[in-house]
Design a protein around this ligand. Structure first.
Ligand code: C2E
Ligand code: MG
Ligand code: MG
Ligand code: MG
Length: 289
């Protein structure tokens, strides 16, 4: 069609597509290199109980430092990794490293024996036949009880092939692994639909928390989601808690857990060790109550 409108347009059109393709292929090549050159590492964001202020877990988040590009945030490469299947080796690496980190925290006796390590799982990874056996192997290798491991899935993953999804989730839950729904509220699923699925935890998306208390709508939505989730026996985590006011509001809604810059940014391994060493629920509760 572009061809009909003249030579120049055609040229422009293909150049544009070529440019996109080159950019894409460039990223794919760098991602492949990143895997073999071990350019990925994890950071860990603490999660707190909003009632006791005890440390309840950590979310593992991937970081890529490319020698050529510098720091590349996950939002800029996870989709490409997903499209090319590279998310499979990258995801395996995330699971392994997350388990190794929890193992060392347990060995150094820096965490309670119910502290949970949670990892993000993408759609392709969830469909991968070897996901469950890989998680099982890593838990075993690092001596981690299944109840201290959690996977985060987005609503869109759970909306497709419901029968297969239920079978897989049941297999995971039977092992004792926890399952949470990440970014809840950004997809099109309802809690009623999700109720059919064996899921333990709802993570209310940061976008609902970030405009509290300015947005009265967001406050009502957040309060309603938390109340409904509790009625359906889910535990609720609020993402992106940045201010004392947001914390107060979430506590008034009886939100179970919180995660966000107010408590801590995601931490590199060394900083995580220091954070856990210094952590005191008593002093944190005095600071925020
Ligand atoms: P997510 O799973 O919803 O992770 C939460 C994101 O919010 C993280 O961004 C975290 O750094 C950020 N965050 C946490 N607290 C606050 C806060 O108080 N304020 C603000 N503004 N942001 C906060 P990050 O690390 O850039 O990750 C972005 C997304 O990339 C993640 O969203 C997740 O969907 C994906 N991702 C990250 N690591 C992995 C991974 O290992 N595997 C997969 N498949 N996806 C990952
Ligand atoms: Mg997440
Ligand atoms: Mg999230
Ligand atoms: Mg998010």
């Amino acid at each position: 069609k572009a061809k009909d409108t003249g030579r120049n347009n055609y040229q422009f059109f293909t150049d544009d597509i070529n440019q996109k393709l080159v950019t894409h292929l460039d990223l794919v090549r760098d991602l492949r290199l990143a895997i073999s050159n071990e350019e990925f590492h994890l950071v860990f964001q603490p999660q707190l109980c909003l009632n006791s202020y005890k440390l309840t877990g950590f979310e593992a988040l991937i970081r890529w430092t490319c020698p050529k590009r510098g720091f590349v945030p996950p939002d800029q490469f996870i989709n490409t990794a997903e499209d090319t299947g590279l998310i499979i080796p990258i995801g395996r690496l995330v699971i392994s490293k997350a388990c190794e980190q929890l193992k060392s925290l347990i060995q150094e006796q820096l965490v309670a024996d119910n502290v949970v390590m949670t990892v993000n799982i993408s759609a392709k990874q969830f469909q991968d036949e070897s996901l469950i056996s890989h998680i099982k192997d890593e838990l075993q290798r690092n001596n981690i009880p299944a109840h201290q491991f959690e996977i985060e899935l987005t609503e869109s993953i759970l909306m497709e092939n419901i029968d297969e999804v239920i079978i897989k989730l049941k297999q995971i839950q039977q092992l004792g692994i926890l399952i949470s729904i990440d970014d809840f509220g950004t997809g099109y699923s309802s809690l009623g639909y999700l109720k059919q699925l064996p899921v333990n935890i709802i993570k209310v998306d940061r976008s609902f928390v970030s405009d509290i208390p300015e947005s009265k709508d967001d406050m009502e939505i957040t309060a309603a989601v938390i109340a409904m989730a509790h009625k359906l026996n889910y535990l609720v985590v609020a993402e992106g808690v940045e201010t004392q006011e947001q914390l107060n509001f979430l506590r008034s809604c009886k939100c179970n857990y919180g995660q966000g810059y107010l408590f801590s940014k995601p931490l590199a391994s060394q900083d995580l060790l220091a954070f856990c060493k210094n952590y005191s629920a008593t002093s944190i509760s005095q600071q925020y109550s």
